[in-house]
Design a protein around this ligand. Structure first.
Ligand SMILES: [Ca+2]
Ligand SMILES: [Ca+2]
Ligand SMILES: [Ca+2]
Ligand SMILES: [Ca+2]
Length: 403
């Protein structure tokens, strides 16, 4: 069984607080979809800014490096890989780093991209910067329509040892959206129908997404940004550039559109009318209880008891919606790691079945899953670990889509 940190007196206080808030709050009809794909109207309408998932794990080949990743702009069909597989030059892709064990990030890594202007086959330039290292640049991996996609282009900055990949990949998330929605609807209608989960169709299979991945030497990180207690937290955020702010001050120049730490929080537990508000908020707002009432109310409607509401709150609410990794917990195995001890919610690896893990706690630690238990294609065994992009198929070949 997975064990969570920070189950304490403070947690009991949170449960009590949540219960009080619950007693007075309105119960909206929930809508449950992907990890974070199209999680709110504003991010659905600004797909360049729509974070799909955030990943955080130790390189299983070398645990002295930590991998931080973000996928954006999901559901890119293979036949349009070349036209849609480009990063938006007017968007900032941010990794907030939380290193002191609270709900306030302490550092930030910012990735931006040049305009795709020269030719379809010319890479964009990714700019990777932070206040704790000088900005460096790297070419993106250019998507194509060939039977076999390009090898990932990985650039390592000699000054910091940080490696970067940016390009089109298979969407690593796996989940049956309609099956799960139908099951939740049946629970909320007081007639639970577990058979709704028997479809076992991966809504993301066969589709691509854009990915940004960084490999950061932990010794370098620790030398610049001490990670207290070996607990590194990451939040992905995206923002649209404010035209009036000079590019020389990029970190001040974005309107936040999306954010993500723990998978499925906004998608699954926040009422529709507050989803944009959630995406525009920060972890400190979570920790201050801005959304706690809504989260608890939905969990109660799903039948989750106080103990497991407390467990979920300890991960996603009490110290903010931040994905946290114990840098001292070894990660081993293929495809980005497979050993149980290093699984989500200790960070998040590409292959971790985060949906089933969250459902386990929602269902009061009874086994519950969507019957989609792995990705449709293998993950790479070395950085950036994301699986190769789905390419256009020849006649008669299954394209993997499972709508
Ligand atoms: Ca999103
Ligand atoms: Ca902090
Ligand atoms: Ca996939
Ligand atoms: Ca699953």
């Amino acid at each position: 069984m997975l064990r969570f940190r920070n189950r304490s007196k403070k947690l009991s206080a949170w449960i009590t607080l949540f219960s009080l808030i619950f007693a007075t709050c309105f119960l909206p009809t929930p809508k449950i979809g992907a990890a974070d794909h199209g999680d709110a109207p504003a991010s659905s309408n600004d797909r360049s800014c729509d974070i799909a998932d955030v990943y955080l794990f130790l390189d299983p080949n070398d645990n002295s490096k930590v991998i931080v990743g973000m996928t954006v702009q999901g559901f890119i069909v293979p036949a349009e890989a070349a036209n849609f597989g480009i990063f938006d030059p007017n968007v900032g892709y941010l990794f907030d780093l939380e290193t002191t064990g609270d709900a306030v990030p302490d550092q930030q890594i910012e990735v931006t991209f040049s305009e795709k202007a020269t030719s379809a086959t010319t890479p964009q330039t990714a700019y990777v910067g932070s206040s704790f290292f000088p900005t460096f640049s790297a070419p993106t991996t250019v998507a194509n329509l060939n039977p076999t996609g390009p090898d990932p282009v990985v650039t390592t900055d000699p000054a910091t040892g940080i490696s970067v990949f940016a390009g089109l990949v298979d969407d690593p998330f796996f989940f049956d959206i309609p099956g799960f929605n139908r099951f939740v609807a049946s629970v909320l209608a007081s007639s639970p129908n577990a058979a709704a989960l028997n479809r076992g169709r991966d809504s993301f299979a066969g589709y691509n997404t854009l990915a940004i991945a960084l490999s950061i030497p932990i010794s370098y990180l620790q030398s610049k940004v001490p990670v207290v207690g070996n607990s590194l937290g990451v939040v992905g955020r995206t923002g649209r550039r404010i035209p009036t702010v000079p590019p020389a001050a990029p970190r001040l120049g974005y309107t936040q559109v999306d954010r993500m730490g723990i998978p499925a929080v906004n998608v699954a537990l926040i009422p529709f009318a507050r989803k944009n508000e959630y995406n525009r908020a920060l972890p400190i707002n979570d920790a201050n209880g801005q959304f706690a009432g809504d989260i608890v109310s939905l969990l109660r409607r799903l039948g989750t008891n106080d103990t497991n509401i407390g467990v979920l709150a300890s991960v996603a609410v009490a110290k903010g919606d931040i994905l946290r990794l114990n840098l001292g917990q070894p990660n081993t195995g293929s495809g980005g790691g497979t050993n149980a001890a290093a699984a989500f919610p200790n960070g998040r690896r590409l292959g971790d079945d985060v949906v089933d893990t969250i459902l386990f706690f929602i269902a009061n630690q009874n086994k519950l899953g969507d019957n989609v238990n792995s990705n449709d294609v293998p993950f790479r065994n070395q950085f950036p670990f994301f699986g190769a992009a789905q390419q256009p198929r020849d006649s008669g070949i299954d394209d993997n889509t499972r709508n």
